[in-house]
Design a protein around this ligand. Structure first.
Ligand code: HAM
Length: 419
């Protein structure tokens, strides 16, 4: 066996108990806000056949072209760790014949996604998303409602962010626009970075998204897609904006906003935050009418979004500290073997009644136990020594005001009910 160096893979990390409290509060806010809009949770596998993403997201995208974690399993099948959630949800929608239920099917999910991206602040190789998909309608009011819901979650968490919307056209009008872009780009290939020279051939839309300084003058001079939409897409976009106005949602139209996945048609949007640095997209989404058919399913126009939880936690973590951490309600400090057994018994009894209790398994020095109780953020400490054991009365101390008094087991239970 070769040498082994202990360590997690680059771009991955452990979320420790001091982090997960915040993550849980975000997830429960999502469940609450999304539930109000009629969304129910779906859990799909983390591994999927590679073909699902190659077809769904598009072979020319960065995600499929260079970022997927793909391997062959024992049966020789090509398997990929999901780089996003939409393709899987649509696969489950088709397999579950959910279109038969009629109406709009509203599904949300949260969990890890995997992309082998260059490491950068706010960019991970295993990252987490909470996302939602509304499948079964092309009405622009659905687009407005799902945008309202995404912003509603951020608002519930106290996050200030900016909404950018665009229309990326459809299978009728976009190819014409892409040809126009290609022709423009061919006029001055010299002014473009190497990536963009390649993109000008393979996927000219992606040039609009280039962050390289040198490309910016050229990109700014390119025609805007919003000036080249067909009547259907222009009308859809105008209605979306009217619905957003009705809902009192502020937005800016960003004609250069293109997304890194090929399934989008018509509506595309991003929510960006000034607190994030260069990776400033907190959420992204859009409409993907046609994805179901690409995957072999029935016509199922749809729209969705995903919020990056790592980025959201980064913003919230700075403002919240560890206020959400829930320490034990009762720390049971013990001295001597008999007291240890009693402490375990009391803790077991109280936990069955829903109380959060902690018993330390160390050597039983009182001072050390009290220090630990403080570190864990315990609200009370119960002291059990030989004396207390013999009398059936224990000394309890409340940390908030340092008050100390004696209780029997019944009094303790009754007191904890009142806290
Ligand atoms: P996306 O824009 O690729 O869209 O990802 C959505 C969000 O996930 C981003 O705005 C960002 O906050 C976060 N994110 C993406 N990559 C990383 C990374 N490497 N590290 C940290 N955070 C990241 C989608 O995934 C689509 N499936 C969204 C969607 C749903 N469209 C329709 N329905």
């Amino acid at each position: 066996m070769g040498e082994f160096t202990l360590g997690n893979l680059p771009g991955t990390r452990d979320l420790l108990p001091e982090d997960t409290a915040l993550w849980q509060s975000i997830e429960s806010a999502a469940r609450d806000v999304f539930g109000r809009y009629g969304f129910a949770e779906i859990r799909t596998p983390i591994i999927e056949p590679t073909e699902l993403f190659a077809r769904g997201i598009g072979a020319d995208t960065d995600i499929v072209g260079k970022e997927m974690y793909t391997f062959r399993d024992q049966s020789g099948r090509s398997v990929t760790l999901r780089p996003e959630g939409t393709a899987s949800v649509v696969r489950a929608y088709i397999q579950g014949a959910m279109h038969r239920e009629g109406g709009v099917r509203k599904l949300y999910y949260h969990g890890p996604m995997f992309r082998h991206e260059k490491k950068q602040k706010g960019r991970w190789r295993q990252f987490y998303q909470v996302g939602a998909e509304a499948i079964g309608s092309e009405h622009p009011a659905v687009d407005a409602e799902i945008i309202e819901m995404a912003l509603g979650l951020l608002d519930a968490l106290g996050v200030k962010a900016r909404l950018c919307v665009n229309s990326v056209g459809c299978r009728d009008c976009r190819p014409r626009y892409v040809e126009l872009l290609r022709a423009e780009l061919q006029k001055s290939p010299g002014g473009l970075c190497e990536d963009c020279r390649r993109r000008a051939e393979t996927n000219p839309l992606r040039v609009l998204d280039c962050k390289v300084e040198g490309c910016q003058p050229l990109v700014a001079a390119l025609p805007a897609i919003t000036d080249h939409l067909c009547a259907g897409c222009a009308g859809h976009f105008a209605q979306l904006r009217a619905h957003l106005d009705d809902a009192g949602i502020a937005y800016e139209v960003a004609p250069r906003l293109v997304r890194g996945l090929d399934y989008y048609v018509r509506t595309a949007f991003e929510v960006v935050s000034g607190d994030l640095g260069s990776q400033n997209a907190l959420a992204g989404g859009g409409r993907y009418d046609g994805l179901s058919e690409v995957l072999g399913g029935p016509a199922a126009p749809a729209i969705g979004f995903a919020i990056g939880l790592d980025r959201l936690a980064m913003i919230l973590g700075e403002s919240r500290g560890d206020a959400d951490r829930r320490g034990p309600e009762l720390f049971l400090a013990w001295m001597g073997d008999a007291a240890f057994v009693k402490a375990l018994e009391i803790a077991r009894h109280l936990r069955r009644r829903g109380r959060r209790c902690h018993v330390d398994f160390g050597e039983g020095r009182l001072k050390g136990q009290l220090r630990l109780a403080g570190k864990l953020g315990a609200r009370h400490v119960l002291i059990i020594g030989e004396d207390e054991l013999a009398r059936g009365r224990y000394s309890i101390k409340r940390f908030a005001d340092s008050r100390q008094w004696e209780v029997t087991m019944e009094e303790l239970e009754a007191y904890l009910e009142t806290t």
